[in-house]
Write a protein that binds this ligand. Structure first.
Ligand SMILES: *[C@@H]1O[C@H](CO)[C@@H](O)[C@H](O)[C@H]1NC(C)=O
Ligand SMILES: *[C@@H]1O[C@H](CO)[C@@H](O)[C@H](O)[C@H]1NC(C)=O
Ligand SMILES: *[C@@H]1O[C@H](CO)[C@@H](O)[C@H](O)[C@H]1NC(C)=O
Ligand SMILES: *[C@@H]1O[C@H](CO)[C@@H](O)[C@H](O)[C@H]1NC(C)=O
Ligand SMILES: *[C@@H]1O[C@H](CO)[C@@H](O)[C@H](O)[C@H]1NC(C)=O
Ligand SMILES: *[C@@H]1O[C@H](CO)[C@@H](O)[C@H](O)[C@H]1NC(C)=O
Ligand SMILES: *[C@@H]1O[C@H](CO)[C@@H](O)[C@H](O)[C@H]1NC(C)=O
Ligand SMILES: *[C@@H]1O[C@H](CO)[C@@H](O)[C@H](O)[C@H]1NC(C)=O
Ligand SMILES: *[C@@H]1O[C@H](CO)[C@@H](O)[C@H](O)[C@H]1NC(C)=O
Ligand SMILES: *[C@@H]1O[C@H](CO)[C@@H](O)[C@H](O)[C@H]1NC(C)=O
Ligand SMILES: *[C@@H]1O[C@H](CO)[C@@H](O)[C@H](O)[C@H]1NC(C)=O
Ligand SMILES: *[C@@H]1O[C@H](CO)[C@@H](O)[C@H](O)[C@H]1NC(C)=O
Length: 670
């Protein structure tokens, strides 16, 4: 029996080694940066030979005659690119070709683009044609996100165009944008697509730092030309806009980059730009520059410094994550004084209740952020736990007593003051009884502010509010579905043992709606929308402004790797780890990623006895294994480099094995 089990597992290990290349077919990033359109979407006016634009043959060109002649091309997925083309022939005076861009099919037009800012729409990018030859947009006139491209001719003569290409300009730090170090596969094809679309979305949000900031662009002649950080690449909120460094967004996009491309330079450059802006009292900026300058211009207060309680904490957690993922102690030590200054600043808001009283309304564009807010206090508790871990790493005890005491007061106070038993949810704050937010309830579980039966009740109550077929509502932001906050909700369901709910939500919200709805890009994830399924995001007056490639919507990618496949680093670089699979109703998960100390890979299978399979962790590391056991099972066999050990699992629902040395193992249960 045992020999048989080990043989089966060896097969699984071979599969694990193949997995990374086998699943590369799901990668949406292009192997060549020069892209051709996938299909002609529509034509209008007097055009001929539109199909020729799907190839690069100079012998065959598309022609445009007279006013309002246009061809709309579909790249089949969202891309961030500069356009170029050849003019083979032209007749007439003042001939021009304009390009309009849109991420969503909702805004396809020969007259305008979707929008980079609130002022409605952007006008076409025009090329005045001086004669036959090669024409190319410069990098400042790239479009950060578009799936549909319309070429329009609006003069009386005629123009022939060939060799139309789009140069995929994002993720400039990656020599080969398809060189993912992580992978994910399961028996849910929906989740497989979601994992890779999340990875791809973050690649679209990794940009050349000299092409940042879309705020305040003119509708005509728009260009991205603000330098938002140093370095070759920086992780921004959205590909089309804002093209700014937002620390809250990195709380989701950072971990998802780590488990997929492991290209973390864009995170580091972003964090550096945020820290550079820290005020002497410790405040970290709400967003990277030039956000303050932009709002300063708008409000007539030139030296304004915008501060958000929650985004301040997110910057600190982004530093924690960056250290966890890289193990770069030298970097941690170089920013430690600024981290401490940043950690201490918000503690002054903790009052006699034990909770912080938030006085800055800025957050992820939800409303009503203030007072003894449950989201802010949960994130504060979480940040203090991270700060204590980092203090131990750098052997700095100077704040340990304060941080320990400050943290200890939060869970009891939140549970006493903010819990609403009638709703089985936390209230937003204690000055009202009505609103039970998605963000604060998810974060209370993630942070460990709530445990046990209350946490389970929160999972039940949040799931009961889902609005099928669209998503999980964020009532604290009106009629909004927030893929950002819902990413935290996914984590919360896994953490209370309801992986099945996370799987359900990812399948119907992220796959069926956010990929497959025809208004979406089928490749990257939207920033926000309404509970009635309209692509209206409550904070924005203008619908074409909504970003369809927003890194904060990529929660499933890291969540599936960390909590579904269950591969978690418990100390920097992967020196210690925990493997705790939660299949949530799936039959199989194969996943892996690369950490500084080596590769992690798992292949899990849902058997009638519990979760069986195989895994590999780097040498010279140690970890904990937590394996779900089905009722009636008797023995778990863990076979590894040192031989096989058996564990009596009679009556257990989870088998925990500690001090597992790095290596290749198989897990079988009988
Ligand atoms: C194209 O030419 C028009 C005048 O004919 C001018 O107003 C416009 O700025 C030019 N556009 C570009 C992109 O050079
Ligand atoms: C092209 O058509 C638009 C309206 O469709 C009109 O405003 C414009 O004047 C026309 N241009 C020429 C050169 O006829
Ligand atoms: C084409 O549209 C552009 C941008 O609106 C404008 O500058 C140009 O004058 C138009 N040309 C004609 C011939 O209408
Ligand atoms: C065709 O476009 C590519 C850019 O994609 C450019 O490098 C090449 O020179 C163009 N071909 C011609 C004949 O201009
Ligand atoms: C780039 O680094 C220099 C030196 O640290 C700094 O002065 C400058 O502000 C940085 N630029 C940006 C855009 O972050
Ligand atoms: C702020 O206004 C100044 C002066 O008009 C302008 O040069 C600058 O680009 C503006 N900054 C931003 C971020 O919009
Ligand atoms: C911790 O330090 C902060 C800032 O220095 C201070 O406001 C707060 O009262 C201290 N809290 C405790 C529990 O010592
Ligand atoms: C308390 O929560 C409600 C609901 O979100 C909100 O309207 C109110 O502004 C909040 N109070 C403060 C002080 O922010
Ligand atoms: C929070 O602080 C503000 C400003 O100091 C104060 O007006 C408010 O009453 C406080 N809220 C609570 C719930 O204590
Ligand atoms: C912290 O102290 C431990 C034990 O003395 C030591 O091994 C470690 O190198 C120290 N870490 C740093 C960053 O100095
Ligand atoms: C929740 O559980 C964790 C781990 O057992 C524990 O550290 C934490 O104190 C608990 N939190 C509460 C509010 O009971
Ligand atoms: C969406 O993309 C997937 C590949 O990721 C493809 O198989 C599928 O056909 C696409 N769906 C549509 C409607 O184009």
């Amino acid at each position: 029996m045992m020999n048989f089990a080990i043989q089966v597992v060896q097969v699984a290990l071979v599969i694990g080694a193949f997995a990374q290349s086998q699943y590369s077919r799901y990668i949406l990033a292009p192997s060549s940066r020069t892209l051709l359109p996938a299909s002609v979407y529509q034509t209008g006016g007097d055009v001929e030979n539109a199909e020729s634009l799907l190839g690069q043959s100079p012998a065959s060109s598309a022609s445009f005659k007279g006013n309002n002649s246009y061809i709309t091309l579909d790249f089949g997925k969202n891309i961030g690119a500069t356009v170029s083309f050849n003019v083979d022939a032209l007749e007439g005076e003042d001939e021009a070709i304009g390009f309009t861009f849109t991420e969503s099919s909702e805004w396809i037009s020969a007259e305008y683009c979707d929008s980079t800012q609130d002022a409605g729409i952007d006008l076409p990018l025009w090329f005045n044609l001086t004669g036959p030859g090669f024409y190319q947009a410069d990098k400042y006139h790239q479009r950060g996100g578009f799936r549909y491209l319309t070429l329009v001719h609006n003069s009386t003569g005629s123009v022939s165009v060939s060799n139309l290409t789009a140069y995929w300009i994002t993720s400039p730090e990656m020599e080969d944008p398809t060189s993912y170090t992580g992978y994910f596969h399961s028996d849910s094809e929906k989740l497989n697509r979601v994992w890779y679309a999340g990875a791809y979305t973050n690649q679209l949000c990794s940009i050349d730092p000299t092409t940042g900031n879309s705020l305040g662009l003119p509708t005509s002649g728009w260009e991205y030309d603000y330098q938002i950080s140093n370095g070759t690449s920086v992780l921004v909120d959205g590909a089309k806009r804002d093209r700014l460094i937002w620390p809250g967004d990195i709380a989701i996009s950072g971990p998802s980059l780590f488990v997929s491309t492991n290209s973390l330079v864009p995170i580091r450059n972003g964090i550096d730009a945020l820290i550079r802006d820290q005020q002497s009292d410790g405040r970290l900026p709400y967003a990277g520059e030039p956000f303050n300058e932009f709002v300063g211009n708008m409000s007539g207060v030139p030296d304004i410094f915008l501060w958000s309680f929650t985004y301040h904490l997110h910057t600190l957690n982004d530093i924690y994550d960056y250290y966890l993922f890289t193990g770069d102690l030298e970097y941690l030590e170089s920013v430690w004084d600024q981290f401490k200054l940043g950690m201490n600043y918000p503690l002054q808001f903790i009052d006699s209740s034990g909770l912080a009283n938030v006085t800055s309304s800025s957050d992820w564009l939800r409303s009503g952020m203030g007072g003894h807010n449950i989201e802010a206090n949960s994130i504060l508790y979480h940040t203090l736990q991270n700060a204590l871990k980092l203090a131990a790493v750098v052997n700095d005890t100077s704040n340990v007593a304060n941080w320990t005491t400050s943290a200890a007061g939060i869970p009891p106070a939140a549970n006493a003051i903010l819990w609403d038993d009638s709703a089985s949810l936390f209230k937003d704050n204690d000055t009202q009884q009505v609103l039970h937010p998605q963000d604060g309830n998810a974060w209370a579980i993630i942070a460990g502010v709530v445990n046990g039966s209350r946490a389970e009740a929160i999972s039940d109550a949040l799931a009961n509010r889902w609005v099928r077929p669209y998503g999980a509502p964020a009532l604290e932001a009106g009629d909004t579905v927030s893929p950002f906050v819902s990413g935290f909700e996914l984590q919360a369901h896994y953490m209370v043992g309801r992986g099945d709910r996370a799987v359900d939500l990812m399948e119907f919200m992220w796959a069926d709606f956010m990929l497959d709805d025809p208004r979406m890009t089928n490749s990257s994830f939207i920033e926000g929308y309404s509970t009635n399924g309209s692509l209206h995001y409550a904070p924005y007056p203008s619908d074409p402004r909504v970003s369809h490639a927003h890194g904060w919507a990529t929660g499933p990618t890291s969540t599936l790797s960390f909590l579904g496949a269950g591969i978690r680093l418990t100390s920097a670089g992967g020196l210690t780890w925990k493997l705790a699979p939660a299949l949530g109703g799936l039959q199989n998960i194969e996943a892996g990623y690369e950490a500084p100390l080596g590769k992690f890979a798992v292949a899990w299978h849902n058997s009638s006895c519990g979760i069986t399979g195989s895994f590999e962790t780097p040498e010279s590391t140690t970890g904990i294994l937590e394996i779900p056991i089905a009722a009636g099972s008797k023995t778990l066999t863990l076979a590894g480099p040192e031989g096989a050990m058996t564990i009596d699992v009679t009556g257990l629902s989870t088998a925990t094995v500690e001090d597992v040395a790095g290596g290749k193992y198989s897990v079988s249960i009988s």
